[in-house]
Design a binder for this molecule. Structure first.
Ligand code: ZN
Length: 203
């Protein structure tokens, strides 16, 4: 997978580790948390951390991590009419990456969801597709043509990021084994992504 060796020299390669503190639907069972102290959870989401860490040790030129970085009155929070519990408030411990994530090789961090009025699942654009996070320009400026995406939640933030990434013209691969979704059945999610030109690496 990764196709790294196939086109090395032609394009540089980037890895986006996605949304490590993902939202989950209100009322979703929170039997397992992504990591201790997180107010949000993906079922067994912590199990992807070793796979993400292993992926980050592969031959990528750029390693980007994204995270929610919400104002405390963000419209996605249930007290303000949104669907998600309060999470990832900017500058607080809740917005930190999980401690088991190996951050040593990260080259860039994208903060998203800063606009109180609009959520941002994708690491590229807010959900209204009005405002860019700058990630598109960052990757182009660094000469990246091939992007591998992993993390949680597969069916929300990872999917939205992969769709935008492919639409923007990057060769886009999802590393399935380093992702975890909220839904237990990812078939329709993956089929949708394939329709957008995203490659799914099941390993
Ligand atoms: Zn959020």
């Amino acid at each position: 997978m990764l196709s790294v060796t196939e086109i090395r020299g032609a394009f540089s390669h980037g890895l986006i580790t996605k949304c490590l503190f993902p939202p989950h639907p209100a009322g979703h069972r929170r039997t397992e948390r992504f990591h201790a102290g997180s107010s949000l959870a993906v079922p067994q989401g912590d199990l992807v951390i070793p796979a993400v860490n292993a992926l980050m040790n592969q031959d990528f030129d750029v390693l980007v991590a994204s995270r929610d970085w919400h104002p405390e009155n963000h419209s996605s929070f249930t007290p303000y009419g949104g669907d998600w519990p309060i999470h990832c408030v900017s500058g607080t411990k809740g917005a930190d990456f999980p401690p088991l994530l190996d951050q040593r090789r990260l080259t860039h961090i994208i903060h998203k969801g800063l606009d109180p009025a609009c959520d941002s699942y994708s690491a590229f654009f807010d959900n209204d597709q009005r405002h860019s996070t700058g990630l598109d320009g960052l990757l182009r400026g660094l000469g990246i043509g091939h992007v591998t995406i992993c993390g949680v939640a597969l069916d929300f933030c990872v999917a939205a990021t992969a769709r935008d990434c492919s639409k923007l013209g990057f060769e886009t691969v999802i590393k399935r084994a380093a992702c975890r979704g909220i839904s237990t059945d990812d078939t329709s999610c993956l089929n949708d992504l394939v329709a957008y030109g995203v490659q799914i690496d099941q390993t």
